[in-house]
Write a protein that binds this ligand. Structure first.
Ligand code: HEC
Ligand code: HEC
Length: 156
């Protein structure tokens, strides 16, 4: 009887340990791929700095290297399906290093590894042209400036 009880306890502990281990693995977002695409509607929290949650230690699905929100010229309505590009030189010159397709909710985001090197120039393409940021960024947390210390990112 005693050994049987002991065996049951050991078995339960083993099962619980395994369950905990696997559920923890699932929660860790580090290796999750989460990349925006045109016409998709999976994202949320437009205008917020996505990396508050989608970064090391955060609970957001996937840790983003670049993310933000694009608005229309009224600066309050989101602009669906914008395209964000990162260039090595100003005004769309040099080489195009990365392209991120914005979604239905105005958001663009990627978990792709992005090497900012000595800095990259952001550009945002709408349906009537492209807007260029005049200096480089070394961070992809676009909404950490835009919509906070800066005007929102917008296009037409
Ligand atoms: C306050 C924390 C927080 C912020 C800020 C945040 N997220 Fe999330 N995000 C989460 C959490 C938690 C999940 C997973 C649960 C869920 O889907 O709600 C998630 C899930 C997602 C998903 C996956 C949905 C799916 O299952 O396909 C996308 C896409 C996403 N976030 C995009 C963004 C974008 C883009 C931003 C910034 C504009 C952002 N998030 C800002 C917490 C956040
Ligand atoms: C460190 C703060 C900061 C970060 C981070 C930042 N920006 Fe900017 N951005 C600015 C400032 C300041 C301006 C206005 C001066 C200028 O046009 O260069 C600007 C301007 C722009 C413009 C031109 C706006 C116009 O009216 O023509 C675009 C487009 C833009 N940013 C996109 C982005 C994108 C995309 C990201 C993320 C990859 C980003 N920015 C990250 C500060 C920032």
């Amino acid at each position: 009887m005693k050994t049987q009880k002991f065996f049951i306890v050991i078995l339960s502990v083993t099962i619980i340990s395994f369950l905990t281990l696997f559920s923890c693995k699932k929660e860790s977002s580090k290796d999750v791929t989460n990349i925006s695409a045109h016409d998709e509607s999976r994202s949320h929290n437009a205008g917020q700095n996505c990396m508050k949650c989608h970064d090391s230690g955060g609970e957001g699905t996937g840790w983003f290297s670049v993310a933000g929100t694009v608005y229309q010229n009224d600066k309050t309505t989101v602009f669906s399906n914008a395209t964000v590009k990162l260039y090595t030189d100003a005004n769309g010159s040099g080489s195009l290093k990365y392209t991120i397709n914005g979604d239905n909710f105005g958001n663009f985001f990627t978990t792709e590894q992005v090497d900012f090197g000595s800095g990259l120039y952001p550009a945002v393409e709408g349906s009537q042209g492209t807007k260029y940021m005049s200096f480089t960024v070394k961070t992809g947390q676009c909404n950490s400036c835009h919509g906070s210390s800066q005007d929102v990112i917008w296009t037409e």
